[in-house]
Design a protein around this ligand. Structure first.
Ligand SMILES: *Cc1c(COP(=O)(O)O)cnc(C)c1O
Length: 227
């Protein structure tokens, strides 16, 4: 995964693979956005990708993202792809263009209030826990239609898409297919699915954005207390 041929950069390699997967599926390669996941990466790893023209980045922690991007966010599109604490909502709204991890009524309520306060809204995706894993964030499939309806009705939010992180020990295809099905029946057009190990499969199943970290930047620096 992390050994592109010497003649191409990792960015060109990943973009080429996305385009090839899209074409093979009869899709327009431009319909798939690469979200470069820069969490836990040293600046030396990020800078070449930024210089090569990549403008969409994903981060999973608000504070870490602020440190990395707040002073240089002009012209960029930033996606929050990690869990959002309600007490970080205001900061998240100030930094991110897309929040992919809307997953509970309390967060929907606070987001709605903070959007009013800020006078601008990020694009919102609902995270679905397609594998129903207890340790993972996201709404379980059996509850997601009602949750989307509540986001729209009760909280007045515009939901644009869905996001999932399949269990890492399962074939991802069925999870991608499930996410696409839930999106279709709820009239949602955006699907954030696929990571370094499976983004081509995700494109085949209709991903409109893929979140790729290690295949672009190399291994992440572990956070203290994390392996
Ligand atoms: C870290 C992360 C990624 C990127 O994972 P890679 O396997 O390095 O591509 C994608 N999505 C989410 C939600 C992540 O937290």
């Amino acid at each position: 995964m992390t050994d592109p041929s010497p003649s191409t950069s990792p960015l060109a390699d990943v973009l080429g693979r996305i385009a090839a997967a899209a074409k093979a599926a009869g899709r327009d390669p431009k319909a798939v956005t690469l979200v470069a996941v820069s969490k836990q990466q040293p600046w030396e790893a990020i800078e070449p990708i930024l210089k090569a023209g990549q403008t969409t980045f994903g981060e999973n922690r608000v504070q870490e993202a602020q440190g990395r991007w707040a002073e240089r966010r002009e012209g960029l599109t930033l996606h929050l792809i990690g869990p959002l604490q309600t007490n970080k909502t205001r900061e998240a709204l100030a930094l991110f263009d897309v929040i992919e991890t809307l997953d509970r009524p309390k967060l929907a309520k606070v987001l709605a209030e903070e959007i009013q306060h800020a006078g601008r809204a990020p694009r919102l995706y609902v995270q679905v826990n397609t594998g129903e894993e207890p340790q993972k964030a996201g709404v379980i499939p059996g509850e997601v239609d009602a949750f989307i309806a509540a986001c729209r009705g009760e909280f007045g939010l515009t939901v644009e898409g869905l996001m999932c992180i399949p269990p890492h020990d399962e074939e991802p295809s069925m999870h991608f297919a499930l996410l696409a099905k839930i999106a279709a029946r709820n009239g949602l057009t955006k699907l954030s699915m696929g990571m370094s190990g499976d983004f081509e499969t995700a494109v085949r199943f209709g991903a409109t954005s893929v979140r790729v970290g290690s295949a672009l930047f190399g291994e992440r620096i572990p956070r203290p207390g994390e392996g």
